[in-house]
Design a protein around this ligand. Sequence first.
Ligand code: NAI
Length: 397
Amino acid sequence: MAKQVVSPRVRGFVCITAHPEGCAAHVREQIAYVKSRPAIKNGPKNVLVIGASTGYGLASRISAAFGAGANTFGVYFERPAANGKTASAGWYNTAAFEAEARKAGLYAASANGDAFSSAMKTAVIERLKKEMPQIDLVVYSLAAPRRTDPVSGETYSSVLKPVGSPYTSKNLNTDKKVVDEVTMQPATDAEIAATVKVMGGEDWKLWMDALEEAGLLAQGCQSVAYSYVGPQLTWPIYKDGSIGQAKKDLYAAAKAIDAQLKTLRGRAFVSVNKAVVTQASSAIPVVPLYISILFKIMKAKGIHEDCIEQIQRLFEDQMYNSGMLKYDDVGLVHIDDWEMREDVQKEVFEIWPKINTENLEELSDFAGYQSGFLKLFGFGLPGVDYSAEVETEVPIA
Ligand code: NAI
């Protein structure tokens, strides 16, 4: 038992505390959204989500379970509460999700630890053989700062840097609420290679090979991983940066996995998603300023979406119901279409050169960015009494 009043303690682009009841309310909010939508037809039945505890992976798990009635198994790397410290948000999210899923009569279980390791793959596969064979959807949604290669034992760290030449851009210091300028030096070849090792497609393919070898993949099995492209103003740091090189490797892995799944009459692909506030995106230079401007424009047009709306749309409009994926000319699937609409990007482009510290609140939805960020950690949810002591040692059954 460890009851305490939990308040946000933000350090740079992370919050080191999380609110158990707030996280649960956030999960329930996403479940309610999915339930407000028509049930997904021809949806998945047994879903493995790798990176299942926050952001796009959690949203995928929620849409599969509550939109399609799927059993789900989640893999994630989260910290339980200990020594008076709260658990991480993903821990509380998972505890809440699994309790709700079981209440709805759905199988929901998970494994906490390093998804990149062979030991984790083996342990998950042994459980799946007993508890959830015949997987028909594998969602690969990891966002990690480092990876230890399971063969060589070498640890690689990813970087968020431009490639080729230095890049100077406007940037938002979200902590100090100051619009300043950053200059980022280009990644070295070794840093690019390391970023590809961490965020590229190698581990996704290793998972699919291991699952196939164990005979766990059902006929028609699909697999999806996520990427971001965005507008030209973010390309030096994203699409053309070190992370973009890793995403190219992910696209190549998607092709290889797609060929592999063809033998089961399944498919694999990468979905290009919209920019949203997550723990991963808040660490990227330039992106929080872009997101703050984007939110203002998309909210004004009534087309604002968060992870859950995005994934629900991917499932409803493309993966299930009709099952028709709309590939672009390089074989990617897009749910970033509203973000990339010409009228939206034209407005971003007009605001970008004008925005500064003084007019930040007027020209962007920085307040929305901030509240979105705090919500990731369970703060600012309606109906939660933040002045009350809460039990922070929450078990995941
Ligand atoms: P996130 O930070 O919310 O979630 C990351 C997940 O990975 C968590 O469940 C975490 O526990 C898990 N994880 C991290 N390291 C792990 C490890 N070693 N072993 C097991 N689990 C581990 O990230 P987000 O933003 O949802 O990103 C997921 C994917 O979506 C990434 O590929 C990202 O590039 C992509 N994406 C994100 C966008 C954004 O704006 N946030 C936009 C478009 C794509």
